[in-house]
Design a protein around this ligand. Structure first.
Ligand SMILES: [Fe+2]
Ligand SMILES: [Fe+2]
Length: 469
């Protein structure tokens, strides 16, 4: 179905023929806009930004570029086209037709999963709300806002599901999405990573690399769901999510590139000298990486999970890229888990979180390999590494275990004493903060980051991606 852009809420879900739902969403819309004004990007409401808007879900229409003021962005409800005769692809219900309505017995579970996913979307906008003032270029400023408006749309996607399929409970949950706030002492966001402040652009790039990538894997799992509207919603969100990870990946790549230029110029790898020259030393980069990677690893949940087993058995949530597995039922299969007491073999269904976490870690590795090749090619002996899934966990079997980033168990006192080696210190944060100054002249770039290799949508880097008013 084509998207009607004349509608107050652009959509391809035939909202015009469901007046009750349309009215409910039109009632939520001003509350969303109030939230955006209050807790979305601070200032810049009048700025014209070169944004990508989806005007249809097909190849021609999903990436339509033009100057838009953020409050005028057309947030809408877009589901990927339905797949004819789609069947559940895994678990005990494998082969049965997918559900167009929520089965009563799965209602509470699906609602909780949709709320938890939906909550992360506005949370990240709140976490990033002050970054616009310190963007290293107009190109980066535009990318930040692109990520923000799309996370806003992802919230719309989840709120649509709640309104359309969960009645009064769903409407109440949609209100709560705007009532919880990132970092709020009384009403925090649901997942801890989404309550961590993102106060500088290095943290932003780490977040979009590691935490948005967690989003990718959650959405891939939900794209397999037997609840078809959820599956179709996630298929479309994944396209936008790819850009968020690009922002993180290219952002970190550009930081590494600039740092290596400075190191080569000064013929040193001494962090203090690199910092004095206005670049970010690699050990600081590693500490930021350790923080955001370990925090994001928690998002996959406990190593052994009967909930995850039940989601799989009932067809609610599959594994990412389920079609790549040979066995979609996983009834007798086992999985060898790395546990504090030693390896433990459990039923594969109980280890689904670990299967997803492992796929995520492999995906994370790609960027590190590229950055490490660049470091080596520049002639330096340093390698960025992913922290072990044992490190700094607060959820699951490894929670509270004194493991270093290599996964070695240390005496607790030594672990505590050495945390400052592995995680950003106050000094690190103060240094990074000292670099954060907004650069607003078209084509200009802050000194701590290299320019991107190309502009947006074929435009030159000098293009005025954000017209500040
Ligand atoms: Fe998202
Ligand atoms: Fe995202």
């Amino acid at each position: 179905m084509p998207i009607d852009y004349q509608e107050r809420i652009p959509n391809n879900v035939d909202l015009a023929n469901n007046r009750t739902l349309q009215r409910a969403l039109e009632n939520w819309q001003p509350k969303f806009l109030d939230w955006w004004r209050e807790l979305g990007p601070s200032d810049f409401l009048a700025a014209e930004i070169y944004l990508r808007t989806a005007v249809s879900v097909d190849v021609q229409g999903w990436a339509h570029f033009g100057q838009v003021k953020m409050p005028d962005y057309r947030w809408g409800i877009f589901l990927a086209e339905p797949e004819a005769d789609r069947r559940i692809g895994f678990g005990d219900e494998m082969g049965k037709p997918v559900w167009q309505q929520v089965p009563g017995e799965h209602r509470a579970t699906l609602r909780r999963l949709i709320v938890t996913q939906g909550d992360t979307e506005p949370a990240s906008v709140e976490q990033q709300r002050l970054l616009g003032h310190t963007a290293p270029s107009l190109y980066d400023l535009r990318n930040l806002f692109q990520v923000n408006v799309e996370e806003g749309r992802h919230l719309w996607a989840m709120v649509y599901l709640l309104h359309a399929h969960f009645g009064r409970d769903g409407r109440e949950e949609a209100e709560e999405m705007l009532a919880r706030h990132s970092g709020d002492a009384d009403k925090p966001r649901i997942l801890s990573t989404f309550n961590e402040p993102i106060e500088d652009w290095l943290a932003f790039f780490m977040f979009t690399y590691f935490t948005d990538r967690d989003g990718k894997f959650q959405l891939k799992s939900f794209a397999e769901s037997g609840f078809d509207p959820l599956s179709r919603t996630c298929h479309f969100m994944l396209r936008e999510e790819a850009h968020h990870m690009f922002v993180g990946d290219s952002g970190i790549s550009r930081v590494v590139k600039r740092t290596l230029e400075v190191m080569q110029e000064l013929k040193t790898d001494d962090p203090a000298t690199v910092r004095a020259a206005g670049a970010i030393d690699l050990p600081t980069l590693q500490r930021y990486l350790n923080f955001w990677a370990s925090s994001s690893l928690d998002l996959f949940g406990a190593e052994i999970s009967t909930n995850a087993a039940a989601y799989f058995a009932t067809g609610i949530k599959g594994r990412p890229d389920e079609q790549k597995f040979a066995d979609h039922v996983a009834n007798d299969a086992t999985f060898a888990l790395d546990m504090p007491g030693g390896e433990q073999t459990v039923a594969l269904r109980n280890a689904m979180n670990e299967v997803t976490r492992a796929a995520y870690l492999r995906d994370c590795q790609g960027g590190l390999e590229r950055w490490n090749r660049a470091i080596k090619a520049a002639g330096f002996d340093f390698a960025l590494t992913l922290p072990s899934p044992r490190f700094r966990r607060t959820i699951g079997a490894w929670a509270g275990q004194p493991a270093d980033p290599a996964g070695r168990i240390l005496p607790p006192a030594e672990y505590q004493a050495r945390l400052a080696e592995w995680l950003p210190t106050e000094d690190d944060k103060a240094f990074i903060k000292s670099l954060m100054r907004g650069v607003t002249a078209p084509g200009q770039m802050a000194a701590w980051i290299a320019p991107p290799t190309r502009g947006i949508d074929g435009l030159p880097l000098e293009y005025e991606y954000v017209r500040l008013q």
